[in-house]
Design a protein around this ligand. Structure first.
Ligand code: UTP
Length: 278
C-alpha cells in the first residue's frame, strides 16, 4: 500500500536552524524524526512512500538513499553494526519524492500525490514532523477501512484551551473507538467546536486530528475544489469535510502518545519520551 508523507513546510518555528536543517531531519537519538515516520508507515504495510519535500530539504532524500562509498568504508574497517545500520535505512521502504514549489499548506502538499497514488483504492498520509509513540493508529484505521470502506482520521483528546490550534471532529460512536463523523472544523473557537458523542449518548472531551489519515483518491478532487482558506493555505480539513459529505468519514481514537516535533519544546519533550524505555 502507498503513503504520502508531507515534509515540505517552512518550519518557521524552528528558525534559524530550519534555514539549513529541515525540522523533519532533526535528531531523536541516532536517527532523524522522519525515520520514525517512514518506519511506522512501512511496518503498517504502507511501504511505497511519496515524501513531499521543498527546495533546501535535499538532506531528506540523501538520508534515505544508499551510500555505497560509506558502506565500502565501513565494510573495509570491519564495522559491521554501523554498516548494517546504514544499509537498513533505504531498505525500509520504496521512497519517491515530489517537490512542493510554494508552501501553500498541507492540502496543497497532499494534492501533489495524485499521480503517485493513481487508482489505489486507499492510501495513508502521515505528517513528517510527528512521531506516534507506542503502536501506530494505522492498523486500526486500515481495519476500519476493511469493514466499513470509509476514509478515516486518527483522533486524540484535546484540552479545551487548545482546540483553536487544531482540526477538530464531531460525530457519533458506531463501534469501540470508531466514530461516524458529522463535522470537521479547522481551528475552531472552543465555544463553536464540535464534539464526539459516545454510544450511550454522553459527550466526550474535544478530539483533534492526530497527524495520521487514511484517504480514498476522491480526496484529490476535493482538494482541487478547495479554495485557499486560513492563512492563504489550502486546508486539508476543508477538503476532508467535502469528502465526508460525499462518502462519509470515520474518526478512529487512539491511546498512544503523539510526539509533535513542530516546535523546539515538542522536540525536547519527544527526546525525553523516547529516552524512557516505557
Ligand atoms: P506544519 O503545520 O507544522 O507547518 O506542518 P510548517 O509550515 O512546517 O511549520 P511552521 O508552522 O512554519 O513552524 C505539518 C507537516 O506538513 C508539512 C510540514 O513539513 C510538516 O511535516 N507541510 C506543511 C508541507 O509539506 N507543506 C506545507 O505547505 C505545509
Amino acid at each position: 500500500m502507498k503513503a504520502i508523507i508531507p515534509a515540505a513546510g517552512l518550519g518557521t518555528r524552528f528558525l534559524p536552524i530550519a534555514k539549513a536543517v529541515p525540522k523533519e531531519m532533526l535528531p531523536l537519538g541516532d536517527r532523524p524524526v522522519i525515520h520514525y515516520v517512514v518506519a511506522e508507515a512501512a511496518t503498517a504495510g504502507f511501504d511505497e512512500i511519496l515524501v513531499i519535500v521543498s527546495r533546501g530539504k535535499e538532506s531528506i532524500i540523501e538520508y534515505f538513499s544508499p551510500n555505497p562509498e560509506l558502506e565500502h568504508l565501513l565494510e573495509a574497517a570491519g564495522k559491521s553494526a554501523a554498516l548494517e545500520a546504514v544499509r537498513a535505512v533505504p531498505r525500509m521502504a520504496r521512497i519517491e519524492y515530489a517537490y512542493q514549489e510554494t508552501m501553500r499548506g498541507l492540502g496543497d502538499a497532499v494534492r501533489l500525490g495524485r499521480a503517485f497514488i493513481g487508482d489505489d483504492p486507499v492510501f495513508s498520509v502521515l505528517l513528517g514532523d510527528t512521531v506516534m509513540r507506542h503502536a501506530s493508529p494505522l492498523g486500526a484505521m486500515a481495519a476500519a477501512w476493511e469493514s466499513l470502506r470509509k476514509p478515516s482520521v486518527c483522533l486524540e483528546p484535546c484540552p479545551e484551551d487548545r482546540v483553536s490550534r487544531y482540526g477538530v471532529a464531531g460525530g457519533r460512536e458506531i463501534g469501540p473507538g470508531v466514530f461516524e463523523l458529522d463535522r470537521l472544523v479547522e481551528k475552531p473557537a472552543a465555544d463553536a467546536a464540535p464534539r464526539l458523542i459516545s454510544r450511550d449518548g454522553s459527550p466526550l472531551a474535544f478530539h483533534a486530528f492526530a497527524a495520521r489519515y487514511l484517504f480514498t483518491p476522491a480526496i484529490f478532487d476535493c482538494l482541487d475544489a478547495t479554495r485557499a482558506g486560513l492563512g492563504g493555505e489550502i486546508q486539508l480539513t476543508d477538503a476532508m469535510e467535502r469528502l465526508r459529505q460525499a462518502d462519509g468519514m470515520l474518526g478512529v481514537t487512539w491511546t498512544g502518545k503523539r510526539l509533535d516535533i513542530g516546535s523546539p519544546a515538542g522536540l525536547v519533550e519527544a527526546a525525553r519520551e523516547l529516552a524512557d524505555p516505557q
